[in-house]
Design a protein around this ligand. Structure first.
Ligand code: UTP
Length: 295
């Protein structure tokens, strides 16, 4: 019987250099996509997948992110007084149960693997999810929920993946599968940020994982990899081929946006704006005007 996945790690301790100067004073996870911060999308996805414990790996300067999860009692009171019930419902939908969120500190940005390792004591001996809030995924069924369903049948370590252009592999962790014909495939090898000439495939790792606690033991050894950082990809890669703890790539249904990059954030803004009931028509007409004027 597989243990249920009820804990998720949200590593948010990166430097966010691609978004300077914005990230000089605000964490990128607090930046707003249409009407809510990136971190709210991540939390909503995790909640819909049955996650009960939310572990944030933070760093210096991420105070706004912690504050975001405080209940806004005064604002709720004002909205109630003014009968602004729709707004009150939106606000209250972001309230988290007391004690559901934990914060651990990563004192130095030593890499994603190191950030995940920082949460080891809160994970103990259970399978866990990892969500990178700057990878926002638009999907009818939330990506992590799709992954939990797959995990229930294959177990092991499940990694979200999608194909990327061959000349973009250096921006991603890359997976090689034995056979890509089904949405879930066994992984043969993994490599972090290869130049396209060295890339084993064009299947990129997207920021959603379901992992076994063994990965945390592998991270104990603190091996540095690409960019001189402790890489999660390397720790997972050590599990490839083990009988009881396989590694699977999962081609999820949906579209991923790299909101850690400016162009990714802009594309996500357009995509989420166009799927927003109140905004669709006016945004579309504005975009048509802009495109028409640029011809
Ligand atoms: P990124 O590769 O996007 O790095 O990290 P970054 O520092 O956030 O942003 P840039 O590249 O400088 O613009 C992927 C995820 O891993 C987390 C980040 O917060 C992000 O969610 N991370 C990365 C950590 O928590 N700690 C680290 O040491 C590195």
């Amino acid at each position: 019987m597989k243990k249920e996945v009820t804990k998720a790690i949200f590593p948010v301790a990166g430097l966010g250099t691609r978004f300077l100067p914005a990230t000089k004073s605000i964490p990128k996870e607090i930046m707003t996509l249409v009407d809510r911060p990136l971190v709210q999308y991540a939390i909503d996805e995790a909640r819909s997948a049955g996650i009960k414990e939310f572990i944030f790996v933070t760093s210096r300067g991420k105070g706004a992110l912690e504050d975001y999860f405080d209940h806004a009692h005064q604002l709720e009171y004002e909205l109630r007084k003014k009968d602004m019930n729709d707004q009150l419902a939106i606000l209250q939908s972001t309230n988290m149960e007391s004690g559901a969120i934990a914060y651990v500190r990563q004192h130095k940005a030593l890499g994603l693997g190191h950030a995940v390792w920082c949460a080891r004591r809160l994970i103990a001996n259970e399978p866990f999810a990892v969500i990178l809030p700057d990878d926002v995924i638009a999907a009818e069924k939330p990506c992590l929920q799709q992954m939990i369903e797959i995990y229930a049948s294959v177990g092991g370590n499940v990694i979200a993946t999608m194909e990327v252009p061959h000349n973009k592999t250096a921006s991603y962790g890359i997976l090689e599968g034995f056979d890509y014909s089904s949405p879930v495939f066994e992984v043969k090898s993994m490599i972090e940020k290869p130049q396209s000439a060295q890339a084993i495939s064009n299947y990129a790792i997207i920021g959603r994982y379901i992992l076994q606690p063994k990965i945390l033991e592998n991270l104990d050894r603190m091996k540095t990899g690409a960019n001189n950082e402790i890489q999660l990809t390397d720790a997972i890669s050590e599990e490839i081929g083990h009988d009881k703890s396989g590694v699977y790539g999962f081609q999820f249904e949906g579209k991923s946006f790299d909101c850690g990059s400016k162009i990714g954030f802009l594309k996500a803004t357009v995509a989420f704006g166009l799927s927003h009931n109140e905004l669709r028509d006016s945004l579309l007409s504005y975009l048509c005007d802009v495109v028409g004027a640029s011809k």
